[in-house]
Structures are given as structure tokens and as C-alpha cells.
Ligand binder design. Sequence first.
Ligand SMILES: [Zn+2]
Length: 281
Amino acid sequence: MGVIVTALAVAVSAQSPRPTKKSPVTRTSSITSTAAFGTAVTANTTYRNDLTWTFGGKQQRGWYLYDLLIGKTLNTDDDPGTSDFAASIATWQKRRGLAADGILNEDALMSMVSQWQGNRLKNRAPATPDQLLTAPPADFYDSSRAEELRQVERRTYTAYKELIAAAIADPTLKLAHTAPDQLAPGETYFKIVSAFRSREYQDELRRKSPNAGSAGLAVNNSPHFTGRALDLYVGGSPVDTKDANRAIQVKTPVYRWLVNNAERFGFRPYFYEPWHWEYVK
Ligand SMILES: [Zn+2]
């Protein structure tokens, strides 16, 4: 990165301001990083679809499902197949103490995954009854969901309603609603699929779905025990980890909105499940 900084400084001092659409700094940055990251662009384009890595005891292929989260982490909108993206990876690698080659390879990806996992809910103590409230059926994807499955940690619920109000107020999402903070009965997006789950209920789920694996249903300390984890409907099949399903989910405007806005309300993602958000405040 030292080379780029030097080149930038020279270019900026050598050029007097001209009435161009893009600033000289931006153009110089692109040109410099094209030269420096040609190999990285090729590698990233391949790895985005084909990198083999392991998570939750399962072999994974590529990182295209995480384009939005990666962009958010790097604070860039650049397409993964560009030199500017590679430059952003290199900057991030340097911060993480990795070789700053601009390539999102297995090492870099695992480091990013551990950064994401480190941002998740730390205190996983099960909720006590006084910490929970029972949310109305209208907040749920399945409005016939049993009362004991509609429990949410109190502060998480308040934050969820604030998040919903902000999403409703965003005209680009076109959410059907009956009040400024209430989604309409016919609306599915942002509705709660699952919130608080008792250990007993989690055990039952696992018995019904023994092949879900450790990435699917947490064996020991599910964040759902806290009442602070919400599975929200973001499209596709609500909670199916198949790549094809997640590929649909990560492309919805709802998921994009959550990636860009949920943090403001105290919610952070579980990268592997586009629907799973944890209240960390
Ligand atoms: Zn979940």
C-alpha cells in the first residue's frame, strides 16, 4: 500500500484541479491499483465462485453468497471482480495482519468469518421468564404460531419494532403496513419466523432434522435461548441453508436493507443464515 500512497501523493501534487466528472484522486487510485492488483482480480473472480472452504463441518464453495457482507466489512460498493475491490481487500488484510495481496483466498476468508463471528451476541445466558414478552401473532410469518413460540426478549422486541418502522418508512421497500410500525397481515418480509426457543424446543427441532449439522441448529448454546435472536423473513424458503435458497435471499432488497441498516438498531447478522439477526446491545 505504501506504493499507492506515494503514487497518489505525486499524482495529486502534479495535477492542478480540472473540471472533470471524477476527481483526479479517484482516477489515479483506479489506475494505480489496476497495475498492482491484476493477479488479485483474476484470483478473486475465480475464488468468488469456486474457493473450497469448510464451515460448520460442511464443505463450502465460493464466497458469492457473502458479497454484501464483504462489501459492508470493507466499506466498499465495488464489484468483487475489480481492482478497487482487491485494493480494499488489501487494506483490510493489512489491518488483520495478513499478507496484503488483495486476494480473498481461504486464509483471508476465514479471517473475515472470524471477524463476523466475533461481532455476534456474546452473552448467551438463557432468557429468564421476566426478560421475555409475548409478541402479537401479527408480527409473525406464521400468524397461527403458538403463544409459547412467540416470546421475545423485551429490549430486542422494542428494537425490532423500531427497525420495522424504519423499514416501513423506506419507500423503496414498498412494505404493506397498517400502522407506522406494523406490517400488514398479507406482508411477509421482515416478519418474525422464529424468536425465543427453549432448550427443550431446540432439542425437538434437532430430532426432527438430524442432518442439519452444527451450522444449522446450534447444539449447545443457541442464541435463540436468549430471546435476542430473531429469524426474519428475507425471501425464499424462510430458514433453508441450501446455497440455491440463500442465493435468492441475499439478492432481496430486504436483505440488502438489513445489511445496511440493522446495526443502527443493534442487530448484527449471522453471516451463514441471511434470516438470522442478533440484538447485541
Ligand atoms: Zn436463527
